[in-house]
Design a protein around this ligand. Structure first.
Ligand code: DSN
Length: 420
């Protein structure tokens, strides 16, 4: 055990025990929540570095505190690498996470009461895309488009709505949608009504960076937001990418508009992540995430599951557990938890059930792919998941499946989990 870890163990055994417990949980089970991943040991080192001690309000070369020679260099590297990776003209790497990232982007280009055309939340939109319970839903006027048969967006209908409501932003983005977007279609709607085209690619940021999914900038988008900790494998955080003309508005919206000092240890972690994502090995990882998702989806379909949109083109899938197994999403999530597979309950399009007892579960492959699992493991895991969902009350079966999941996991280390 290294000295810092030993010191933590002696000073605060209660917290140490919980960290060690979480390491055990992450190691013994399979993480299939599609927004989670295991970051790099190098990123963990940056997160635990003395950069956390430093206040850096402002931007490189224009700070409100002295002593910024190293933090300036870190932030410049993060911005340059982010721009190169996504083909962006400007990057703000300071948002503390996904929600402030989207809030800052909205306030950069809108006034309270302005309209955003965004995806219906039950069809896959995110809380920050205007859920009535979120502050953003109260400040701005969100109008909804929905998905149709097979998950495609009906751009004709979207154009009709856009002409009626004249949005300031046409927003392409989701947290529970298993397909890719035709970004050119969104751009066309935005152009027709003089709106900005914004994409929130938080879930698929790594897949876009690797070039295995479409990049909204290729269709001329104005603003692209992404968190850094999902398929990108970085530290928790967010960033806003935009064209040059919006750089000043975005920067002043993040600071001083919304936030104070950026977390420079996180910014360093993000810079390391962008360097990793530019390497050829990361493309191989992203391709495997997609292949694993397809194989897992096929296995679930063969086992009798109904998947929303019929399958997946990205890293995630959503099972209608009520129709497939007669279980609501909470019961399905719990049944999978009992065998050591973490998923999350999820509303499905126009779900008649409430969010805490919805009709589905959402699952994805970024984390298990990071551990090195491949399609053979997806077939085995998918088969066990179907068995568990078919007989959620069978404790003996759950015990056997849990043992099998744990045994499988032994062959796949979790990056960054220390020994001892
Ligand atoms: N919590 C993230 C997700 O699971 O999609 C985004 O809020």
């Amino acid at each position: 055990m290294d000295a810092d870890r030993q010191a933590l163990k002696s000073y605060d055994p209660e917290i140490f025990a919980e960290i060690a417990g979480e390491e055990g949980r992450q190691t013994d089970g399979v993480e299939m929540i599609p927004s989670e991943n295991y970051t790099y040991p190098e990123v963990l080192a940056a997160l635990g570095s003395v950069l956390t001690n430093k206040y850096s309000e402002g931007y490189p070369g224009r700070r409100y505190y002295g002593g910024q020679e190293h933090t300036d260099a870190v932030e410049r590297l993060a911005r340059e690498r982010a721009c190169a990776l996504f083909g962006a003209e400007h990057a703000n790497v300071q948002p503390l996470s996904g929600s402030p990232m989207n809030q800052a982007a909205y306030f950069a280009v809108m006034q309270p009461g302005d309209t955003v055309l965004a995806m219906d939340l039950s069809h896959g939109g995110h809380l920050t895309h205007g859920a009535p319970v979120s502050h953003m839903g109260k400040v701005f006027n969100f109008v909804r488009y929905k998905t149709g048969e097979g998950g495609a967006i009906d751009f004709e209908q979207m154009m009709t709505i856009a002409k009626q409501v004249r949005p300031k932003i046409v927003l392409a983005g989701y947290s529970s949608y298993p397909r890719d977007y035709d970004y050119a279609g969104f751009r066309q709607v935005a152009d027709e009504v003089g709106a900005l085209a914004m994409a929130d690619i938080s879930h698929i940021g790594g897949l876009v960076a690797a070039g295995v999914m479409a990049n909204p900038f290729d269709a001329g988008f104005d603003i692209v937001t992404t968190t850094t900790h999902k398929s990108l494998r970085g530290p928790r955080g967010g960033m806003i990418l935009c064209r040059k003309g919006l750089a000043k508005a975005i920067d002043s919206s993040v600071f001083p508009g919304l936030q104070g000092g950026p977390h420079m240890n996180n910014v360093a972690g993000a810079a390391i992540t962008f360097k990793k994502a530019a390497e050829p090995a990361f493309r191989g990882y992203a391709e495997q995430v997609l292949a694993n998702a397809k194989t897992l989806a096929r296995t679930l379909l063969d086992g009798g599951a109904r998947l929303i949109t019929g399958g997946t083109d990205n890293h995630m899938m959503v099972i209608d557990t009520v129709e497939s197994f007669g279980l609501d999403g909470r019961a399905a999530e719990e049944a999978l938890d009992r065998i050591g597979v973490a998923t999350n309950k999820q509303v499905i399009p126009d779900d008649p059930r409430p969010p805490l007892r919805p009709s589905g579960v959402r699952l994805g492959t970024p984390a298990c792919t990071t551990r090195g699992m491949g399609e053979e493991e997806m077939r085995r895991l998918g088969g066990w998941m179907v068995e568990a969902l078919r007989a959620p009350e069978d404790a003996a079966l759950a015990g056997r499946l849990c043992g099998q999941v744990r045994e499988l996991c032994r062959g796949f280390a979790v990056p960054g989990v220390a020994k001892g």
